[in-house]
Design a binder for this molecule. Structure first.
Ligand SMILES: [Cu+2]
Length: 264
Protein backbone atom coordinates (compact mmCIF):
# COMPACT_ATOMS: atom_id res chain seq x y z
CA UNK A 1 0.00 0.00 0.00
CA UNK A 2 2.80 2.37 0.97
CA UNK A 3 4.57 1.59 -2.31
CA UNK A 4 1.46 2.35 -4.35
CA UNK A 5 1.00 5.65 -2.54
CA UNK A 6 4.63 6.56 -3.21
CA UNK A 7 4.25 5.80 -6.93
CA UNK A 8 1.04 7.84 -7.05
CA UNK A 9 2.79 10.84 -5.47
CA UNK A 10 5.78 10.43 -7.80
CA UNK A 11 3.55 10.39 -10.88
CA UNK A 12 1.61 13.45 -9.69
CA UNK A 13 4.83 15.37 -9.03
CA UNK A 14 6.21 14.40 -12.43
CA UNK A 15 3.01 15.39 -14.21
CA UNK A 16 2.95 18.77 -12.47
CA UNK A 17 6.58 19.61 -13.19
CA UNK A 18 6.20 18.64 -16.86
CA UNK A 19 3.23 20.93 -17.39
CA UNK A 20 4.95 23.93 -18.92
CA UNK A 21 3.22 27.27 -18.60
CA UNK A 22 3.20 28.54 -22.18
CA UNK A 23 0.53 31.21 -21.81
CA UNK A 24 2.30 34.58 -21.68
CA UNK A 25 0.97 37.21 -19.33
CA UNK A 26 -0.29 40.30 -21.13
CA UNK A 27 -0.59 43.80 -19.81
CA UNK A 28 -3.09 45.35 -22.19
CA UNK A 29 -2.32 48.87 -20.97
CA UNK A 30 1.25 48.63 -22.29
CA UNK A 31 2.16 48.91 -25.98
CA UNK A 32 4.77 46.64 -27.50
CA UNK A 33 6.22 46.37 -31.00
CA UNK A 34 5.04 44.12 -33.78
CA UNK A 35 6.47 43.93 -37.28
CA UNK A 36 4.79 42.96 -40.53
CA UNK A 37 7.11 41.59 -43.17
CA UNK A 38 6.20 42.21 -46.82
CA UNK A 39 8.14 39.47 -48.57
CA UNK A 40 7.69 40.23 -52.25
CA UNK A 41 7.70 37.23 -54.57
CA UNK A 42 6.67 36.36 -58.12
CA UNK A 43 4.66 33.15 -58.01
CA UNK A 44 6.87 30.57 -56.32
CA UNK A 45 10.09 32.53 -57.02
CA UNK A 46 11.80 35.16 -54.94
CA UNK A 47 11.57 38.60 -56.57
CA UNK A 48 14.96 39.62 -57.90
CA UNK A 49 14.88 43.16 -59.23
CA UNK A 50 16.48 43.56 -62.63
CA UNK A 51 17.71 40.00 -62.99
CA UNK A 52 14.89 37.48 -62.40
CA UNK A 53 13.00 36.21 -65.44
CA UNK A 54 9.30 35.56 -64.95
CA UNK A 55 6.30 34.55 -67.06
CA UNK A 56 2.71 35.75 -66.66
CA UNK A 57 -0.56 33.97 -67.51
CA UNK A 58 -0.57 35.64 -70.93
CA UNK A 59 2.67 33.69 -71.48
CA UNK A 60 4.80 36.81 -71.68
CA UNK A 61 8.28 36.84 -70.23
CA UNK A 62 9.29 39.84 -68.17
CA UNK A 63 11.72 41.30 -65.66
CA UNK A 64 10.81 43.58 -62.78
CA UNK A 65 12.92 46.66 -62.11
CA UNK A 66 10.73 48.41 -59.53
CA UNK A 67 8.03 47.46 -57.06
CA UNK A 68 6.60 49.97 -54.59
CA UNK A 69 3.27 50.27 -52.79
CA UNK A 70 1.69 52.14 -49.90
CA UNK A 71 0.30 50.33 -46.89
CA UNK A 72 -1.73 52.40 -44.41
CA UNK A 73 -4.47 52.45 -41.77
CA UNK A 74 -3.57 49.22 -39.99
CA UNK A 75 -6.21 47.73 -37.69
CA UNK A 76 -5.52 44.64 -35.57
CA UNK A 77 -8.15 42.33 -34.14
CA UNK A 78 -7.53 40.39 -30.96
CA UNK A 79 -8.55 36.77 -30.53
CA UNK A 80 -11.39 38.04 -28.30
CA UNK A 81 -12.69 40.18 -31.18
CA UNK A 82 -11.66 43.61 -29.88
CA UNK A 83 -9.99 45.89 -32.41
CA UNK A 84 -7.03 48.20 -32.14
CA UNK A 85 -6.51 50.95 -34.72
CA UNK A 86 -2.89 52.05 -35.03
CA UNK A 87 -2.86 55.88 -34.67
CA UNK A 88 -3.30 57.14 -38.21
CA UNK A 89 -0.49 59.69 -38.15
CA UNK A 90 2.06 56.93 -37.62
CA UNK A 91 0.49 54.47 -40.01
CA UNK A 92 1.69 55.16 -43.54
CA UNK A 93 4.35 52.91 -45.01
CA UNK A 94 5.95 52.86 -48.43
CA UNK A 95 7.11 49.35 -49.22
CA UNK A 96 9.95 49.55 -51.74
CA UNK A 97 11.55 46.31 -52.90
CA UNK A 98 14.83 48.16 -53.55
CA UNK A 99 15.05 49.33 -49.92
CA UNK A 100 15.41 46.48 -47.46
CA UNK A 101 14.60 48.65 -44.43
CA UNK A 102 11.12 49.42 -45.82
CA UNK A 103 10.01 45.80 -46.14
CA UNK A 104 9.30 45.14 -42.46
CA UNK A 105 7.38 48.09 -40.97
CA UNK A 106 6.90 48.15 -37.22
CA UNK A 107 3.89 49.33 -35.22
CA UNK A 108 3.26 49.59 -31.49
CA UNK A 109 0.09 47.95 -30.23
CA UNK A 110 -1.26 46.91 -26.81
CA UNK A 111 0.09 43.59 -25.55
CA UNK A 112 -2.14 40.66 -26.43
CA UNK A 113 -2.91 37.99 -28.99
CA UNK A 114 -4.08 39.08 -32.42
CA UNK A 115 -5.69 36.96 -35.11
CA UNK A 116 -6.44 39.46 -37.88
CA UNK A 117 -4.71 42.36 -39.59
CA UNK A 118 -6.56 44.81 -41.82
CA UNK A 119 -4.93 47.58 -43.81
CA UNK A 120 -5.46 49.84 -46.78
CA UNK A 121 -3.41 49.32 -49.90
CA UNK A 122 -2.89 52.95 -50.86
CA UNK A 123 -3.38 56.31 -49.19
CA UNK A 124 -6.91 57.03 -47.95
CA UNK A 125 -8.83 59.89 -49.55
CA UNK A 126 -8.80 62.05 -46.41
CA UNK A 127 -5.00 62.04 -46.12
CA UNK A 128 -4.68 62.53 -49.88
CA UNK A 129 -6.31 65.93 -49.56
CA UNK A 130 -4.69 67.06 -46.29
CA UNK A 131 -2.37 70.02 -46.08
CA UNK A 132 1.24 69.26 -47.01
CA UNK A 133 2.25 69.80 -43.36
CA UNK A 134 0.28 66.63 -42.55
CA UNK A 135 1.80 64.67 -45.40
CA UNK A 136 5.38 64.31 -44.25
CA UNK A 137 7.74 61.31 -44.05
CA UNK A 138 6.89 58.68 -46.64
CA UNK A 139 4.03 60.90 -47.83
CA UNK A 140 6.23 63.88 -48.70
CA UNK A 141 5.66 64.31 -52.46
CA UNK A 142 9.00 66.06 -52.92
CA UNK A 143 10.85 63.67 -50.59
CA UNK A 144 10.22 59.99 -49.89
CA UNK A 145 7.06 59.92 -52.00
CA UNK A 146 8.67 61.48 -55.04
CA UNK A 147 7.54 59.48 -58.05
CA UNK A 148 4.56 58.26 -56.01
CA UNK A 149 2.36 61.35 -56.34
CA UNK A 150 0.45 62.85 -59.25
CA UNK A 151 -1.47 65.92 -58.15
CA UNK A 152 -3.95 67.28 -55.65
CA UNK A 153 -6.96 65.82 -57.46
CA UNK A 154 -5.40 62.51 -58.53
CA UNK A 155 -3.28 62.03 -55.42
CA UNK A 156 -0.80 59.32 -54.56
CA UNK A 157 0.24 56.42 -56.74
CA UNK A 158 -0.70 53.45 -54.56
CA UNK A 159 1.15 50.78 -56.47
CA UNK A 160 3.99 51.03 -58.93
CA UNK A 161 5.53 48.17 -60.84
CA UNK A 162 7.93 48.68 -63.71
CA UNK A 163 10.05 46.32 -65.72
CA UNK A 164 10.96 45.15 -69.17
CA UNK A 165 9.53 42.64 -71.60
CA UNK A 166 10.31 41.93 -75.26
CA UNK A 167 6.56 42.13 -76.00
CA UNK A 168 6.25 45.71 -74.70
CA UNK A 169 5.23 48.34 -77.26
CA UNK A 170 7.30 51.01 -75.48
CA UNK A 171 10.81 52.38 -75.99
CA UNK A 172 13.47 50.10 -74.47
CA UNK A 173 10.81 47.40 -73.96
CA UNK A 174 9.68 48.94 -70.68
CA UNK A 175 6.31 48.37 -69.06
CA UNK A 176 4.85 50.65 -66.40
CA UNK A 177 1.91 50.07 -64.06
CA UNK A 178 1.30 53.16 -61.97
CA UNK A 179 -1.97 52.65 -60.14
CA UNK A 180 -3.65 55.23 -57.93
CA UNK A 181 -6.85 57.36 -57.76
CA UNK A 182 -8.71 57.84 -54.49
CA UNK A 183 -12.00 59.15 -55.84
CA UNK A 184 -10.94 62.72 -56.63
CA UNK A 185 -11.46 65.99 -54.87
CA UNK A 186 -12.30 68.75 -57.33
CA UNK A 187 -13.24 66.31 -60.08
CA UNK A 188 -14.43 62.76 -59.38
CA UNK A 189 -12.09 59.95 -60.37
CA UNK A 190 -12.10 56.20 -60.00
CA UNK A 191 -11.47 54.87 -56.50
CA UNK A 192 -8.79 52.20 -56.57
CA UNK A 193 -8.24 52.03 -52.78
CA UNK A 194 -8.25 48.43 -51.60
CA UNK A 195 -8.96 47.10 -48.13
CA UNK A 196 -6.87 44.05 -47.35
CA UNK A 197 -7.76 41.62 -44.59
CA UNK A 198 -5.32 38.99 -43.37
CA UNK A 199 -6.56 36.15 -41.17
CA UNK A 200 -3.79 34.77 -38.95
CA UNK A 201 -5.69 31.89 -37.34
CA UNK A 202 -4.53 29.15 -39.71
CA UNK A 203 -0.83 30.00 -39.91
CA UNK A 204 -0.24 31.51 -36.51
CA UNK A 205 -1.73 34.27 -34.39
CA UNK A 206 0.67 36.93 -33.18
CA UNK A 207 1.54 37.30 -29.49
CA UNK A 208 2.54 40.87 -28.68
CA UNK A 209 4.37 41.42 -25.41
CA UNK A 210 7.11 43.66 -24.07
CA UNK A 211 10.65 42.50 -24.76
CA UNK A 212 9.76 40.70 -27.98
CA UNK A 213 9.16 41.87 -31.53
CA UNK A 214 6.95 39.23 -33.09
CA UNK A 215 6.87 39.25 -36.88
CA UNK A 216 3.93 38.52 -39.16
CA UNK A 217 5.51 37.20 -42.34
CA UNK A 218 3.42 37.86 -45.44
CA UNK A 219 4.16 36.62 -48.92
CA UNK A 220 3.26 39.28 -51.46
CA UNK A 221 2.89 37.72 -54.86
CA UNK A 222 3.29 40.51 -57.43
CA UNK A 223 2.46 38.04 -60.21
CA UNK A 224 -1.16 38.39 -59.05
CA UNK A 225 -1.11 41.87 -60.57
CA UNK A 226 -0.93 40.19 -63.97
CA UNK A 227 -2.88 37.01 -63.29
CA UNK A 228 -6.36 37.35 -61.88
CA UNK A 229 -9.94 38.20 -62.78
CA UNK A 230 -8.45 39.94 -65.81
CA UNK A 231 -5.22 38.54 -67.17
CA UNK A 232 -3.12 41.61 -67.92
CA UNK A 233 -1.11 41.40 -71.12
CA UNK A 234 2.06 43.47 -71.35
CA UNK A 235 1.74 43.51 -75.16
CA UNK A 236 -1.80 44.90 -74.99
CA UNK A 237 -1.30 47.19 -71.97
CA UNK A 238 2.38 48.07 -71.70
CA UNK A 239 1.55 51.20 -69.75
CA UNK A 240 -1.36 51.58 -67.33
CA UNK A 241 -1.76 54.79 -65.34
CA UNK A 242 -4.84 56.86 -64.49
CA UNK A 243 -7.15 55.20 -67.02
CA UNK A 244 -10.36 53.21 -66.52
CA UNK A 245 -8.34 50.04 -67.07
CA UNK A 246 -6.39 50.75 -63.88
CA UNK A 247 -9.40 49.38 -61.95
CA UNK A 248 -8.74 45.94 -63.47
CA UNK A 249 -5.11 46.03 -62.38
CA UNK A 250 -6.08 47.09 -58.84
CA UNK A 251 -8.72 44.32 -58.66
CA UNK A 252 -5.97 41.82 -59.41
CA UNK A 253 -3.30 43.09 -57.02
CA UNK A 254 -5.75 43.19 -54.11
CA UNK A 255 -5.12 39.42 -53.95
CA UNK A 256 -1.32 39.66 -53.59
CA UNK A 257 -1.17 39.27 -49.83
CA UNK A 258 -1.00 35.92 -48.10
CA UNK A 259 0.00 35.05 -44.54
CA UNK A 260 2.84 32.53 -44.53
CA UNK A 261 3.86 32.29 -40.85
CA UNK A 262 4.34 34.23 -37.63
CA UNK A 263 7.55 34.43 -35.64
CA UNK A 264 6.56 34.97 -32.04
CU1 LIG B 1 9.44 34.67 -41.44
Amino acid sequence: MKKILFIAIAITTLATSCKKDTTPQYNTSINAPLSIEFDNVIGSSNLQLGTGNYTNAANEQFKVTMLRYFVSNIVLTKTDGTKYTVPQDSCYFLIDESKLQTLTPKVNVPEGEYSKIDFVLGVDSLRNTKDLSQRTGVLDPTGNASGMYWSWNSGYIFFKMEGTSSVSTQTNNVFQYHIGLFGGYATPTLNNLKKISIDLTTRGIVKVRTGKTPNVHLLVDALKMFNGTTNISIATNSVVMASAFSAKVAENYAYMFQHDHTEN
